[in-house]
Design a protein. Sequence first.
Length: 314
Amino acid sequence: MRAIAEPVESAGTDPVPRRPLALSPSRASDFKTCPLLYRYRAVDRLPEPPSVPAVRGTLVHSVLEQVFGHPAVERTPELAVAQVGLVWEQMVGDYPDLLALLPAEDLPGWLASAKDLVLSYYTLEDPRRFSPEACELAIEVEIAGSVPLRGFIDRVDLASTGELRVVDYKTGKSPGPDFELRALYQLKFYALMMYRLRGVVPTQLKLIYLADGLSLQYAPTEDELLSFENGVVALWATMTRALETGDFPASPSSMCGYCAHQAICPAYGGTPPPYPGYPGRESPLPAGQLEPAAAAVGDAVALTEAAVKVPVGL
Ligand code: SF4
């Protein structure tokens, strides 16, 4: 099951070692939306209260993962619906604070909404007709010799002919045209990782929107992924400069309404805490002495791939 939130290092007293920074679709999106939001999440690792929709997303993802853990013939809608209550009990056991998030009187309706999402899945696919190669796949890969990518893929399907499909579930509704590109960014990111990891261009990228029972599908070409890779490398270079200098400007937008850090955001009259420095660095580099530029795209790649659980806050 996915973790609800990434453990947070608190004021230097938390002994939990942190993993080296890496670029994930979420963190790339944060930085592009608001560099200060990226800093608060990836560098300061400030806690954020879990939202009810996010918890439901975790629940539904875990249920679908568990459904595929059963033999194909057993993956019925009834089994999936029954899993909702079981997985919820497991989540509450792991994170008792979830009970405070959901008042007891709201719980039945909320669980029913999760069951509706699970049933919606069956209008799009029949999990009895295929078996994924992997669910909840954590992958890490280094591109261009020095750009670390990290991702968490909901499902990977591998056909007997070798064709690869990358699938991501969304518990919200399908996006309008303006947000389709943003949705595809995540899938292209995963496709690039799989391409560099396995040397195969995924045949299909598929986003499944459970709230309205629609899917978004895309077939990338190798040229598109290589072009996308150039953009990812350039973004990491920009992020690295910000990490070295501590210059993470606030960039107000409609997303501020969802931001948990308005109280310490200059755009809202707040004051950011002192910059803690580039995570993992003993001391910041002197001004003007920045990270070397990323190596050429396509350089040596360090790979890991594991169907293991990692925190969602990559
Ligand atoms: S409130 Fe808006 S501008 Fe400020 S950190 Fe959050 S997203 Fe960025």
